[in-house]
Design a protein around this ligand. Structure first.
Ligand code: FMN
Length: 222
């Protein structure tokens, strides 16, 4: 007999999970050997899933949670770290820096006058963004990994505005308007601040660029 395909239903527990497995079976109707995953054998939800499994003829597998620092690695935990701006800890749990994809759109072009032209990334609204601030990032531009100093926020120096993610690409020149690119948050450098003048902001951005180089130099290699 040929080996049957395995379906794992993750993140659905109890009778709801059983229903989902049933739905997949009904939809596919093929030679499947479905499996459902559960984290905790003893919870009422897991028991309902096990009962559904026995009735429907699918296997229920207990998956041991991955632990880090004495706590379960979960999407909620990672999400909360990102919302707090701790992208370094989030990267540790994810196994890589958190990344978002966005389309390069036109900004107000003020960055050019400041001496640090930026690309503005339009990220889908439903995509989680970390806490506002200035970040050292890496950006994938046409199969190349480029280092970037980026600002996520409302630019209080210029009176605030829409929340934007804009990145100054280090040692890179080119036209990427309209491209969809991926940007990864490597290290949070500081809060976004309101400067008394454009000159002061420019001086700070120059320091951010140096801090970005240092952060990317020091990062553990993957
Ligand atoms: C590394 C970096 C740090 C920045 N830090 C701040 C900041 O602390 N406060 C602020 O108001 N704007 C900050 N900005 C945003 C600049 O104000 C912004 O790049 C400039 O206004 C250009 O915006 P535009 O592309 O919409 O014209 C920062 C930008 C970069 C690239």
């Amino acid at each position: 007999m040929t080996e049957k395909k395995i379906i794992a239903v993750v993140g659905a527990t109890g009778a709801q999970g059983g229903g989902l497995v049933r739905a997949i079976l009904a939809d596919k109707g093929g030679p499947f050997r479905p499996r459902a995953l559960t984290r905790d054998v003893n919870s009422p939800k897991a028991q309902a899933l096990a009962a559904a499994g026995a009735e429907q003829g699918f296997e229920v597998v207990v998956a041991t949670p991955v632990m880090e620092g004495g706590e379960v690695v979960s999407s909620t935990r990672i999400r909360n770290l990102l919302l707090a701006g701790d992208v370094t800890a989030a990267a540790r749990l994810l196994g890589r820096p958190y990344g978002v994809k966005g389309k390069v759109v036109h900004g107000e072009k003020r960055g050019r006058e400041l001496g640090f032209p930026t690309i503005n990334l339009s990220v889908p609204l439903q995509r989680l963004l970390p806490r506002d601030g200035i970040y050292a990032m890496t950006v994938r531009v046409r199969d190349e990994e480029v280092v970037a100093a980026a600002s996520l926020g409302v630019r209080p120096t210029f009176g605030g505005g829409d929340r934007t993610l804009e990145a100054y690409l280090l040692d890179w020149e080119g036209d990427v308007y309209g491209d969809t690119i991926e940007a990864a948050f490597v290290k949070r450098l500081r809060d976004e601040l309101r400067f008394a003048s454009a000159e002061e902001l420019t001086e700070q951005i120059a320091r951010d660029v140096e801090a970005t180089r240092a952060a990317l130099r020091d990062r553990p290699h993957s």
